[in-house]
Design a protein around this ligand. Structure first.
Ligand code: GLY
Ligand code: MN
Length: 455
């Protein structure tokens, strides 16, 4: 009896300990969404070659200073956010219409368990990990087959008995810093399969990434909601004498406590002259009475970025000149948002392009100190796609489609007047127009003054 009681107690202690381990906070889409993407990728490459991609290794991130974060392309196709993994997709060798092309094998390769005492990236140092032979490996990854990375080469050579071609990522995404990673992956693949020919799948995946799934949209909404709270907190705190980095820190605190795991990009908080510097992310200055401050700050949630900018008067009240410029930027943003719908393009040029609409408004309203039009002070693009990257891959010549999520961010930057204004919102293209995901965050000058004044 006593023994039974002890056993029950021991069971209770174990059960309570397990219950006390919090569920993983990282939110990801349903695993079926990643599988569907892999099927699409195989179909759209035509099924005439195997598809291979490596995830980042421990050495691809500066692990003493940063958290591990998966290579975007690999995450997009696998949902796997652990280092040193590889993916191999083998098409069914069927000839005929696209609909017939299916996947014969989907294999995720992950490192075997490593509990050696001195292993810096082993489980004693980094906590329990999934191993390829664990019973739940397939359920936890969504891959029907999970194997050890040590078997990658033999599986690849086996797959290449039916195909001669390997599709992989051959051109780094701009701004990704992935040049070395991609070169290294290619040389490892060439060594593993010297007789194969290679083809780039970047364009195919870019087309897929341009239109977001419902699960991706849900994650972007969460990133935007947390970042909206960060902006509201800043509106209630900014005042003369505060340092820009204090504002950035407060905003990061607000979105991270709402589950964002990292900044979607380094926070840009620039006041006075630095309101005119587009990517000023030093945030080193003290904010002065009479200046404006541009706050381009947002977090990423479940890996998905939001991107929001608001411009505030540091002392809570815009001067008439600041209000005039602010009003022009806001009206240009509103004109672009009103015109955003399937079929129009984001790009410059062409009467239908949203950039042109915003530019035309700015260039026909207001003047600089020399009586010149203001178009010359709108010095960047109006819009970019957001997703796993804050500047997500996109083909800017393509018309908008429902499910795309892009920013609308006109700005006017007059250095001579130390006056920069940018207003940036995130929009989801719908069947008939768009939904502004960041609508609840005050935009009009009077609304902003009201929020700042009340606190
Ligand atoms: N938010 C920074 C950028 O869009 O470049
Ligand atoms: Mn942006």
């Amino acid at each position: 009896m006593r023994r039974v009681l002890m056993r029950c107690l021991a069971f209770l202690v174990v059960a309570l300990t397990i219950a006390a381990i919090p569920a993983a906070a990282w939110e990801r889409e349903d695993l079926s969404a990643f599988h569907e993407r892999r099927v699409k990728l195989v179909r759209e490459t035509g099924g005439d070659g195997v598809i291979v991609l490596f995830g980042y290794g421990d050495a691809d991130v500066a692990s003493s200073t940063t958290m591990f974060r998966q290579n975007e392309m690999f995450y997009y196709l696998t949902g796997w956010n652990e280092p040193n993994a590889m993916m191999l997709l083998v098409p069914k060798a069927t000839k005929g219409s696209n609909e017939m092309i299916g996947i014969e094998k989907e294999i995720l390769f992950i490192p075997p368990h490593d509990d050696r005492a001195g292993s810096y990236h082993g489980e004693l140092w980094e906590g329990p990990k999934l191993g390829p032979d664990d019973a739940d490996a397939s359920a936890r990854t969504g891959f029907p087959i999970v194997k050890s990375v040590t078997l990658f080469q033999s599986e690849l050579l086996e797959a290449l008995k039916g195909f001669n071609k390997i599709y992989t990522e051959m051109t780094p995404q701009p701004e990704s810093g992935e040049d070395c990673f991609i070169k290294d992956m290619q040389s490892r693949l060439k060594k593993a399969a010297p007789l194969a020919t290679f083809a780039d799948f970047r364009d195919v995946v870019t087309r897929l990434r341009m239109v977001k799934s419902p699960g991706e949209i849900a994650l972007i909404r969460k990133a935007a909601e947390a970042s909206i709270e960060a902006h509201l907190a800043a509106m209630k705190t900014v005042r003369p004498g505060m340092w820009e980095y204090e504002v950035a820190a407060r905003m990061q605190y607000e979105y991270e406590r709402r589950g964002c795991e990292w900044p979607a990009y380094p926070p840009i908080v620039g006041s006075g002259f630095y309101s005119t510097v587009l990517h000023y992310d030093r945030d080193w200055n003290q904010m002065k009475d009479g200046d404006v401050v541009v706050m381009d700050v947002a977090g990423a949630y479940g890996g998905y970025a939001s991107d929001i900018t608001r411009t505030l008067p540091v002392n809570g009240k815009f001067t008439p000149r600041q209000k005039e410029i602010y009003g022009i930027v806001l009206a240009a943003a509103d004109a672009a948002i009103a015109a955003a719908r399937p079929g129009v393009t984001l790009g410059r040029g062409g009467s239908k392009g949203l950039h042109q609409i915003a530019y035309d408004y700015i260039n026909t309203h207001g003047k600089d100190l020399h009586g010149k039009s203001l178009g010359q002070y709108f010095i960047h693009g109006l819009s970019h796609s957001i997703g796993l990257n804050v500047h997500d891959p996109f083909d800017y010549a393509q018309p908008l489609q429902p499910g795309m999520v892009v920013t609308i961010e006109p700005g006017i930057y007059i250095q001579e007047e130390k006056l920069g204004v940018r207003i940036e919102d995130d929009i989801l293209i719908t069947e008939n127009g768009c939904e502004v995901l960041t609508r609840v965050l005050p935009r009009a000058a009077e609304e902003i003054e009201k929020v700042m004044g009340r606190h």
